[in-house]
Ligand binder design. Structure first.
Ligand code: SAM
Length: 372
């Protein structure tokens, strides 16, 4: 008979409380597969392996629902989890080292009576902070939408070598080409699946490649995060002969007024795009043509606009946490938008106001492909 550990022994060895283990059992996260004769929970080797993964992700700051998605993913075996955890821990250690160095530098400066500037003080947190905090929620709902991927891959033409800038977890990397990824967020890099294309830690604005190093450069759903989108696009143009960018037209008519979520519930998105270059300016910067991309009603990738015909999805915290807009508008606006939507769904107001959407298979909500 397989050896089991009692709940008390597991708690002692892992340094967690028995109460925590009971809670994990109750929510279905780690269910011990046996009971002792006295009725205590008993953990098999497999249960312990799962618990070990859960506790390690927990220590890295992941939420319990995100952890459930990670450990339940049938495509990730124990060895893949160990590789991913190792990568995340090394990144965390590097970040802590960098912060210690920055603090030492500031202490030395202060001891000499020198005050560091506000910019220097903030630099210790490095770039891409947003995705350091939301990145762990990303894999729950963000994945390849095959119909949109086909458009991107088609636009790449016969390119054999492809640079994917702001690559995230690599959802849109073409499987049949030689891909190099660029991604500034350590968390996103660590979440890339085993076997994904090699990934370089860098930003779009300063691509560490020679001129014309790639047949094509692509960027999917990332340009709106760049500090300087025009500089980033010019960099893509410099390192590749062809450029393909998937982004959105953030103008009033193109997006804010057209999409019911931003128009009726989350007007704060206007503040997020204020002062950013328009999609026409982006296209002009690299001499690109603009092609509209319709969003299928059952879009598989959970980006902001993806659930336009499935409004209940936005009530789900999981769906919102994987989209940066919700974090950027702040908890107050988020809660107000969600409760407004919930009320309108139950009163029938939403359905009344959006009657014209119900029969559509795909919607034009300002998503654009830039091809240069
Ligand atoms: C919405 S995610 C998209 C990820 C991926 N392209 C996809 O479609 O799944 C945006 C990504 O842009 C990255 N990013 C943010 N600032 C960037 C910059 N200046 N240069 C390149 N990438 C950046 C973020 O770290 C994040 O991974």
């Amino acid at each position: 008979m397989e050896e089991h550990l009692t709940v008390g022994r597991v708690a002692e060895l892992a340094g967690v409380s028995v109460r925590t283990l009971h809670h994990y059992d109750e929510i279905g996260l780690v269910r011990p597969s046996a009971r002792t004769a006295a009725g205590y929970r008993a953990y098999s080797a497999g249960d312990v392996e799962r618990l070990r993964e859960v506790l390690a992700y927990r220590r890295l700051g992941f939420g319990l629902r995100e952890i459930a998605d990670l450990v339940d993913d049938p495509a990730t075996d124990a060895v893949a989890h160990l590789h991913r955890l190792r990568g995340l821990l090394l990144e965390q250690r590097d970040r802590a080292d960098a912060m210690v160095t920055a603090i030492d530098t500031e202490l030395r400066a202060r001891a000499m009576g020198i005050r560091t500037t506000s910019e220097e003080q903030l630099r210790m947190f490095g770039g891409a902070q947003l995705y350091e905090s939301i990145g762990s929620a990303y894999p729950a709902t963000r994945r390849t939408e095959p119909r949109i991927a086909a458009r991107v891959w088609d636009a790449l033409g016969d390119a054999r070598t492809v640079l994917n800038v702001g690559a995230g977890t690599g959802s849109y990397e073409p499987p049949d080409r030689d891909v190099t990824a660029v991604e500034p967020s350590a968390v996103m890099r660590a979440l890339r699946p085993a076997g994904a294309a090699p990934c370089v830690a860098a930003t779009a604005e300063r691509l560490p490649f020679e001129d014309q190093s790639f047949d094509a450069a692509m960027a999917f759903s990332t340009v709106h995060h760049w500090h300087d989108p025009i500089a980033g696009l010019r960099e893509m143009r410099r390192v590749a002969r062809r450029v393909v960018v998937f982004t959105h037209d953030a103008s009033d008519a193109g997006w804010r007024q057209r999409f019911w979520l931003s128009r009726d519930y989350l007007p704060e998105v206007a503040g997020l795009v204020a002062g950013r270059p328009s999609v026409d300016q982006l296209a002009r910067a690299i001499g690109a043509r603009l092609e509209p991309v319709l969003i299928p009603w059952d879009c598989a990738d959970g980006f902001f606009e993806a659930h336009w015909r499935r409004p209940e999805a936005y009530l789900d915290e999981h769906v919102r946490r994987a989209v940066s807009v919700w974090t950027r508008v702040g908890p107050e606006a988020e809660q107000r938008a969600v409760s407004g939507l919930r009320d309108d769904l139950s009163s029938g107001q939403w359905a009344e106001r959006n009657r014209d959407l119900i029969d559509l298979d795909a919607a034009e909500l300002g998503l654009r492909l830039l091809v240069a």
